[in-house]
Design a protein around this ligand. Sequence first.
Ligand SMILES: Cc1cc2nc3c(=O)[nH]c(=O)nc-3n(C[C@H](O)[C@H](O)[C@H](O)COP(=O)(O)OP(=O)(O)OC[C@H]3O[C@@H](n4cnc5c(N)ncnc54)[C@H](O)[C@@H]3O)c2cc1C
Length: 584
Amino acid sequence: MAFGYSFVNLSEAEKSQRRELLDLYAATAQWSILIVFAVFQLSFLLSWMLEPRAEERPKSPFGRPPKLKGPGWIAKAQHLPRSFSWWAAAPVAEGWGTRAEWIAGLVWTAWLLFLSFYQTGNDYLHLTKRFGIVGASQLPLHYLLAIRSRYSPPQLLTRLSHEQIKTAHQILGRIITFMFILHASFYLNFFVMSGFLQKRIKDLDVIFGVVSIIMFMAMNTTALSIVRKWSYKVFYTMHIVFASLLIIPLYFHVHHIRKYVLEVCVIIVLNQVLRAYSLRTYSGTISMIPGTNLVQVRVPLISPNKETKWRPGQHVYLSRPTGAPTSFGVYEMFVLRNQTNPFTIASLAEQDKHLLLVARTLNGNTKQLAKLARSLHSQDGVEVPSIPIALEGPYGSTSRLPDLTKFDRVLLVAGGVGATFIVPIYRSLVEHEGHSFRNSQPRFVWAVRKFAETQWAFPASRGEEDAEFGSEGVQTDNEVEVCVTQPSGSDLQGENADDGMELAEAEHLIPFEEEMEKPRKGMVLRAGRPDVHAIVDEVFTTSAGSVAVITCGPRGMTKQLRESVGRWVRQGREVYWHNETFGW
Ligand SMILES: Cc1cc2nc3c(=O)[nH]c(=O)nc-3n(C[C@H](O)[C@H](O)[C@H](O)COP(=O)(O)OP(=O)(O)OC[C@H]3O[C@@H](n4cnc5c(N)ncnc54)[C@H](O)[C@@H]3O)c2cc1C
């Protein structure tokens, strides 16, 4: 055999000692995640200790202030980790994840491999079994990382958002697949070389093992971004179905891994309970925004209620509405739980007294949503009827955003529908009474293809109809810079839109564009793409202090923004950076 390993004959005592070592190192692999969680707690403690005792400032909607400045040595000590995190958050290559993700993934793989090799002697079968059981020990954590709820233990312990934790879930999925592939191929090699293949391939434990690995690999292959982009439905269905079914063949494969399988079952139940707790049915309206391919979903709120406490920039999962006016049957309940898409809450629930979602029409559920919006509109003529709308949430990272008023400058940059994330943050900053900015008001630049795409944030008139929703839209003397990149003609993001809808929307377009040509209160209009480089330079040169940059938009735009901001980070400037992405 190779690398010092060979097929060895063991006595019963040696076999039971091997079993003990297998269980010991699998348990070590499973519980070593506690060290990672402990490191997080230590870093929270350290940053709390380094935090200068803040002077009293007005209460912010974003929670605790960041640690911006301290004595000279603290500022210097803070610069090093800041430059490192900026470097680590950069992608290794387009679509290949960040450096930090690769480093974390490789370190964890190396640790699991160490636990697989350590104390295996020259026993080939010991090593083979170790790959399997160490891989299986990671399954409970893998399922735990998939929990969406804000009560998910990894989220509570790391204070990371579900979107960030989801990346860890993906990486761990790949590592487990790798361990299982090693386990299966080492066994296959053993069966072939020892002449047992014909016999063993018919045994139930081997059959269940093969089925498990095929299912696990299918789950991971369909989770690759190429498949997710091709059909999110295929990915999601395969993932959910296989994730639930996988536990059956795994349970019957070998009894040593049953405790991990049972832990997975508990986590699946916990996930369902937490999701059910976050799911609520409202009554609201769905309509198209004229001249665009945007669908708006409005849910009036009867205050006071818990939704008014939702933070700006959080998102909810919208279940595909059936349009049925009555209560839900079994099929509707299934749809409710499984055909969901995330959308950012574009309103300030507390002020506006309603939840607003704005969805760009693509090819899946959003296309059905647009169809429903159009059919509801034509059914009743003018009045859009209210229908049951199921929302699950709120979720999202903004509860972890620092207090933006503490920064010397704040730059907000949105592209297209990405403004659903930025507008509420901007509004909560400029409209919140008692906010004092260190230096100047935030600068908000919003690039859109069509001027019509801005109307949900800047309604034309606030007549009686709007009065029921309270004070809606941007209301401030500070001006949002709206850059319209394609001022005329119909493009309606045709790549994915359905032709019928495109034509129908185009009919509205010309008179509508004429009507919209004058800027609304709270905005200044510019034609063409924003000069990201010049905007960043203006923000950084007009202040020598800390700068917060928050962005949400097309990948190209945010990439350019990051490059421009990066030049200032490298010069030692204190920067808080948050890039919200609408996809994964
Ligand atoms: C946190 C978050 C907030 C978002 N907020 C908004 C918003 O306010 N307005 C808006 O227009 N869009 C938003 N999006 C994007 C939006 O969720 C997707 O564009 C939408 O789900 C596409 O639906 P579809 O079924 O028509 O997609 P398809 O046409 O089937 O697919 C189009 C693309 O959307 C991706 N996608 C589909 N379903 C999902 C899903 N459930 N989760 C993640 N990606 C998916 C697919 O991978 C594919 O790349 C947000 C996404 C995230 C993750």
